[in-house]
Design a protein around this ligand. Structure first.
Ligand code: ADP
Length: 406
């Protein structure tokens, strides 16, 4: 059976079709710059890479482009869209209502609209895509896979904010955590690759992309994570500030003409690497500027690395040790500079990376020295595979346990 996994971001739509139960990838692709100039579609179908420019004014157009890829695939002898048995969607915020992957029906769709309140910036694109799928793939069942659900195992002392308890009871103000599919995939994959039993392991996963978060995974379960009520909390990110004293919002609202919403928008979209470097949210561009001696770019990268190190230190304390440190996400997978800077000086905690392995690793691989007590690994995340896997498990419960494909 073929499962279509869809991962909608604010201006992107990633897609992948996998054949289950073998987990054989048939097509994967990306619709980029949705709603912006220069949008394009790129995909790999049965090993062949293609791309073309397309007018993608909204997520509806992007989904049409996905359908075109599938149908064109059929024309070339691959398969048709009718062969999609089920669609899995990534949803950023499931609130406290959705603790596990869920089959989408009318009631669930209504409840997802309510979760949108919690994360207007994050759930909106996925909801648009779900609605468009209902029209384009009329009778195909759909499953929602939540970024928050992996973190539902956090103990209450980790997920609560120390605010009046009624605010938690009435408004569900608490930490939820995000990037769950990626953290789970990376932790499971690392344990599998290293031959470490997941049920007796302490793993710290650093997902470093445009959005970035760190999770402490003990015995296969998330016990703490850096993002909170929304993805704004935690690390310094491409455009998000990460941890900040909330008094800053009230202070700035009093000092400037900005409304609370506008200040929050600045913290979400104009801060982080972009805000400090005054150049770009793109890590490569900030690194390039640092290498030409730009002091703001240097500070931005120093802050980025410093915050990651603080979280790693605190998660070693949370788990009373660590066996494996994993880097994933665009920056985690590709920047040997960041991995080296993060690990430097951590030998007291048993973390030692091999500089040559670190610079030459391609794809998944171990980058620690043979003597290092803590294994350090790069794992290329595959959220779409995880979405498809969880979708499969919900639709065909109990058929097989969750493993990664290797
Ligand atoms: P998203 O959160 O949008 O999925 P990604 O995981 O794709 O983001 O990560 C995007 C980030 O990865 C960008 O900041 C980009 O600059 C960075 N990146 C991509 N390739 C490299 C590289 N070779 N070296 C350093 N950073 C890189």
């Amino acid at each position: 059976m073929n499962i279509l996994a869809l991962n909608a971001g604010s201006s992107t739509l990633k897609f992948k079709v996998l054949r289950f139960p073998e987990k054989r990838e048939k097509v994967r692709g990306l619709c980029e710059r949705i709603g912006l100039e220069g949008s394009c579609v790129s995909y790999i179908i049965e090993g062949n890479q293609r791309s073309y420019n397309a007018v993608l004014e909204n997520h509806n157009d992007a989904l049409h482009a996905v359908l075109k890829v599938l149908t064109e695939g059929a024309a070339e002898g691959f398969y048709s869209s009718e062969e999609i048995a089920v669609i899995g969607h990534r949803i950023a915020h499931g609130g406290d209502r959705f603790v596990e992957p869920t089959v989408i029906d009318d009631t669930v769709l209504e409840e997802l609209e309510v979760c949108k309140e919690l994360a207007p910036l994050h759930n909106e694109a996925a909801l648009k895509v779900i609605k468009a799928c209902r029209e384009m793939f009329e009778n195909v069942p759909m499953v929602a896979v939540f970024d928050t659900s992996f973190h539902q195992t956090m103990p209450q002392k980790a997920y609560m904010y120390a605010v009046p308890y009624e605010l938690y009871e009435t408004y569900k103000v608490r930490r939820y955590g995000f990037h769950g599919t990626s953290h789970k995939y990376a932790a499971y994959k690392a344990a599998e690759a290293l031959g470490i039993p997941l049920e007796d392991s302490k793993i710290i996963v650093c997902h470093l992309g445009n959005g970035a978060s760190i999770t402490a995974v003990q015995n296969g379960k998330s016990v703490d994570t850096s993002m909170g009520f929304t993805p704004l909390e935690g690390l310094v990110m491409g455009t998000r500030s990460g941890d900040i004293d909330p008094s800053v919002v009230g202070f700035l609202a009093g000092k400037t003409e900005l409304s609370q919403e506008e200040i929050l928008r600045k913290l979400n979209t104009e801060s982080g690497l972009k805000g400090i470097s005054k150049k770009s949210s793109d890590f490569r561009e900030v690194l390039e500027a640092m290498n030409t001696g730009d002091s703001n770019a240097t500070l931005a990268i120093e802050m980025f690395v410093y915050r990651i190190r603080k979280y790693i230190g605190s998660y070693i304390a949370v788990m009373d040790g660590v066996d494996v440190l994993v880097f994933t996400g665009g920056i985690g997978e590709k920047s040997s500079y960041v991995r080296e800077a993060v690990c430097e000086g951590f030998s007291f905690a048993g973390i030692e990376i091999d500089k040559v392995r670190n610079r030459t690793v391609a794809g998944d691989g171990e980058i620690s020295t043979d003597e290092s007590k803590v294994k350090v690994m790069v794992v290329c995340t595959d959220e779409e595979l995880m979405i498809a896997q969880e979708t499969y498990e919900v639709m065909y419960k109990g058929d097989e346990v969750c493993t990664t494909n290797s």
